[in-house]
Design a protein around this ligand. Structure first.
Ligand SMILES: Cc1cc2nc3c(=O)[nH]c(=O)nc-3n(C[C@H](O)[C@H](O)[C@H](O)COP(=O)(O)O)c2cc1C
Length: 197
């Protein structure tokens, strides 16, 4: 069976979300996917081709003003024609975000990413981890330490370097990348069976 083609399409103003994107990429590669990162604020024709031909797109945006950034939304609006024609129909989708505050209203960002994928008729893959750091036995070092289900949510001090993203958040995004690659591989295999039948 061919390797799933996964794109990681993200915006990052100060590098924190970019660090998470790197981890999503690493996770998907570890699960056997061929992965291409795409910076959505600097789209080239080759980048559009990458997204158009991917089996799965993992969307990432920094949380700005309790939502996806204007840079990500500008990218989203450029996909309007693809939305109408169904160009991304039945691709796999997933999402991740980073904010300064531990909550930071970033659930709203994940919802925006999921709605964006739904408008493209994509199949949303959730995080697939139980909540971490939610009992006396838990700690900030738990995977999914901030307790999201819809996607991966990270928090990085606003004055931290890009490399100072919390290791638990990095691991959580790595998990998301691997999960997307695995689900996409299952979908490709299933389609091959149903097409042959
Ligand atoms: C314009 C702007 C709006 C922001 N809004 C929020 C917010 O709503 N909630 C929050 O927790 N952090 C907010 N932040 C902080 C960023 O989410 C935080 O610095 C994040 O790490 C940036 O990610 P990036 O390095 O990928 O751009 C905001 C930052 C900026 C510049």
């Amino acid at each position: 069976m061919r390797a799933p083609l996964v794109a990681v399409a993200y915006q990052s103003g100060f590098g924190h979300t970019a660090t998470l994107a790197d981890s999503v990429v690493a996770g998907a590669v570890s699960a056997g996917a061929t992965v291409t990162p795409v910076v959505v604020t600097d789209m080239t024709d080759a980048d559009w081709h990458t997204l158009d031909t991917a089996d799965a797109i993992v969307f990432g945006s920094a949380t700005y003003m309790g939502n996806v950034s204007s840079g990500f939304q500008a990218f989203a609006e450029k996909t309007g024609r693809r939305c109408i024609t169904g160009a991304w129909r039945d691709k796999v989708g997933a999402g991740f975000t980073n904010s300064g505050a531990k909550s930071g209203d970033k659930m709203h960002t994940l919802i925006s990413l999921a709605v964006f994928a739904a408008q493209h008729h994509m199949h949303w893959v959730n995080l697939g981890l139980g909540p971490g750091w939610n009992s006396s036995a838990g700690s900030e070092h738990d995977a999914n330490r901030l307790g999201f289900w819809l996607g991966a949510g990270a928090a990085t001090d606003v004055d931290a370097d890009a490399g100072a993203v919390h290791p638990a958040d990095v691991a959580t995004c790595r998990h998301l990348g691997a999960r997307v690659a695995e689900v996409t591989a299952q979908l490709i295999a299933g389609r091959a069976v149903t097409t042959a039948a």
